[in-house]
Design a protein around this ligand. Sequence first.
Ligand code: ZN
Length: 407
Amino acid sequence: MRIAFALAAAAIAVGPAFAAPPHYKVAAHFDPQGEVDADVTITLSEGETEKAFLLSRRFAVEPMALPPGVTVTVGPAEEPMPALNKYVFHFADPATEPVALRFRYAGPINTEHDSGNKPLRPEGYELFLDHMWYPVGADIQTRFTVDATIDGLAPDLVVVAQGDVTRTAGGVHIERDFLDIDLPLVAMRGLERAEAHGVEFYSRDLSAWRSQQYIKHSEAAARYFEAMFGPLPRKVRMAQVWRERSMGYARTAYTVVTEGRAGNPGDSEVGPARHVAHEIAHAWWMLASPLTDDFWLVESAAEYMSMRYVEHAFGPEELAKNIAEKRKATVDVGPVMGHGRPNRLQLYGKGPLLLVELENRIGRPAMDRLMIAMAKEPAHTTAIFLRHLTEIAGADAARDFDAALHA
Ligand SMILES: [Zn+2]
């Protein structure tokens, strides 16, 4: 009896020591001719029986030396991007000690499945999750710390990445001790750097009107959101890069936006303000799975907060215009939930409108309490949102909002 109790106590004491998040150790060489050669070790410390990773099929992968008790099955996968291999690791003896999985592979940096953004362009590199250039947790929700050394970068490339970024003679060292689902980086020629409250901004031309607007409204939006949610956990590194397809994305303390037209003082500030406010809002809204219905809690919530910023910065008429545009664009888009990841119009149009309607119903003070309570949650699901809504505004409001998400 006593022995059993002692063992149980020991297990409890040892447990937390192993409960570290996954860690990626990355050594990669980028050849300017367009090849990458990579050695990635993923250390898993949480006891699991199975864990799956995705890696693009454009890479040739060396046979893996697996730790004792670990087996792997490999097969093709076409979701969430085409032309992937899925590695499913099985652990015979989970939760005893950390296990290291080592991937060694080489192949082209560029891929035809690049979401409209070539990873290697004449001005340098832009890499993120969509390029599937490192083993990505198959749930697209696996958050990890990282220690990455990348060499083969020309000295004139300016590197923007998360965490501690140290330029070396031939490359960069990235040490990130906070969690994210991605290992994103920009390494481009001619980027200039500016700092403001909440944002560290990189652009080829800081004097361009659009760059100035991005900086001004990143700062003002950060202050507006901080008044609600508390301090930004980390300054956001924001890179404005030239590309053919206009798009933006946000990771923890990191955002990439499109350079676009330089613009001039006669242009409306509302567009650039809305865009960066949306990206800054992701500092609080990025914790729902991108593969599920719940993804509205990332994009619709960030868009709703950006609409709130537009109203704050430009007045109710600008918000009314934005609401009218969204209504027009979403007449026949179908339900936000009930069919897996919502589409673009459901995420950026209908979802935010439902949040505006909810605010109209329950009032702004209750809406703010709801959003603040939700932003504090470590993971975002619709069930958690509805639970807070029930507590704050009652079961009827929650039931009707749930119905609206499915209507
Ligand atoms: Zn977004």
